[in-house]
Design a protein around this ligand. Structure first.
Ligand code: ATP
Ligand code: MG
Length: 401
């Protein structure tokens, strides 16, 4: 146990939300830690404190989406009705539809017949819906669009579910590498007119490859793949430029990254990697949000004492006089009627206290490694968070940590 670790500075989320210089908040973290919930809760709180906010969510749970007035995936921000926003703020929300974003690119750049062929093409369908990194890439693309529109004074960005928080930062580069990659070059070689010398070099390999691909997929599919990639490729310079712009935007002081983690080893390890990466990339970190932290209303009853009490209440356990009525002797516990529920409650309490201690140790370990990183805690709610009221509770928990 790192007893000597000092408490981390507190992450003051309200100050962050109220500061007009904060224009973008990006919620990152490993899978399932509460990124979407945190993004929605921060957005709601900021709007209720007077800001004009748009929340870009990725893959929200259906009920959460419904509570934010989002009935289907769509690429346009929708207003979230706020019954009382006394400070005059507004909230919009959208769900990123990565396939649709991709489809729109195709539709905008190929003639209708060709576009239809491409959209129906299995190669395209799997690329647009499952290529690792597409979602992250499209999230960045969308963030850039929202920022350029200048319609909101705060954009809160949720990031896609992925094992590693780093994927969000790495995806645009990965997509570039994919599109610059050998396979793509070979497949699109004939459509890159003009590069005769280049063609000569790849021709032998290309012939073999197209031979195989044609056999497996059929000539039409291959042509469609080529058409799609060529269409995509003509826009690719623009894509890459915009992705680079957005990346630079993420480095400006108006951006604040919050890293979300649950107090568990894997999530905190990922959070550590991410914190280091942000500093390498000179991206502004606001702090760590420790989500789903357990608490107890009876912290003064330790796990050990709780277990001992449970033991004492068991038939035949503990004090001399507790076989049936158990009302006699000495300790206050002996006055309690032995009851399976009491025993179960004491055991549960002991478990909870052990868990709280373990969570605290993990948090201390993180802080020992990153002493300057501010931390805010969000209490674990008894139920999933799927409506505005529950989001508000999360926001309050953040604001009053
Ligand atoms: N503080 C909390 N207390 C209770 N439940 C929570 C809390 N925070 C999040 N949850 C629940 O945990 C689940 C996962 O949360 P969420 O979807 O926000 O995580 P995520 O990081 O966005 O996941 P993914 O990586 O899959 O996108 C949801 O069911 C949500 O309601
Ligand atoms: Mg999510």
């Amino acid at each position: 146990m790192s007893e000597g670790t000092k408490a981390p500075p507190r992450l003051d989320t309200d100050r962050l939300l109220d500061d007009p210089r904060t224009r973008i908040i990006v919620c990152c973290g490993s899978g399932g830690v509460g990124k979407t919930t945190t993004a929605a809760a921060l957005g709601l709180r900021a709007a209720e404190r007077g800001r004009h906010v748009v929340v870009l969510t990725v893959d929200p749970a259906r009920r959460l989406a419904q509570s934010m007035n989002l009935s289907s995936l769509d690429n346009t921000p929708r207003p979230v009705p706020l019954p009382d926003a006394p400070a005059g703020g507004t909230l919009h929300a959208m769900m990123l539809d990565m396939k649709r974003t991709f489809d729109e690119i195709v539709e905008a750049h190929a003639d209708p017949d060709r576009a239809e062929q491409i959209l129906a093409n299995p190669f395209y369908q799997s690329l647009s819906s499952s290529f690792a990194g597409t979602q992250e890439y499209m999230a960045m693309e969308k963030l850039g669009q929202l920022r350029r529109s200048e319609q909101w004074d705060l954009i809160v960005v949720d990031t896609p579910p992925s094992r590693s928080a780093l994927d969000f930062l790495d995806a645009p580069q990965r997509l570039s590498r994919f599109l610059d990659g050998r396979l793509i070059k070979l497949l699109t070689a004939p459509t890159r007119a003009g590069g005769r010398a280049y063609l000569k070099v790849v021709n032998a390999g290309f012939g073999m490859l197209t031979g195989i691909v044609t056999k497996v997929l059929g000539a039409q599919v291959l042509r469609d793949v080529q058409t799609f990639i060529a269409a995509f490729d003509t826009m690719f310079g623009g894509f890459r430029e915009r992705a680079e712009d957005t990346y630079r935007l993420l480095q400006t002081p108006g951006t604040a990254f919050v890293v979300v983690a649950t107090p568990e080893p894997d999530a905190l390890r990922e959070a550590s990697y991410f914190v280091e990466r942000l500093s390498e990339d000179r991206m502004p970190l606001a702090g760590l949000i420790l989500n789903r932290v357990h608490r107890s209303p009876a912290v003064r009853l330790s796990a050990a004492r709780s277990l001992a009490a449970a033991e004492a209440l068991m038939p035949g356990g503990g004090t001399e006089n507790n076989s049936q009525g158990g009302n006699g002797a000495g300790t206050p516990l002996a006055e309690v009627t032995p009851h399976p529920l009491a025993v179960a409650a004491l055991r549960l309490h002991a478990e909870r206290m052990q868990r709280i201690a373990a969570e605290r140790r993990l948090a201390q370990r993180f802080t020992a490694a990153h002493p300057g990183v501010p931390v805010a805690r969000v209490t674990a709610q008894p139920e999933d968070v799927h409506d505005l009221a529950a989001l508000r509770v999360i926001g309050e928990s953040l604001g009053s940590d």
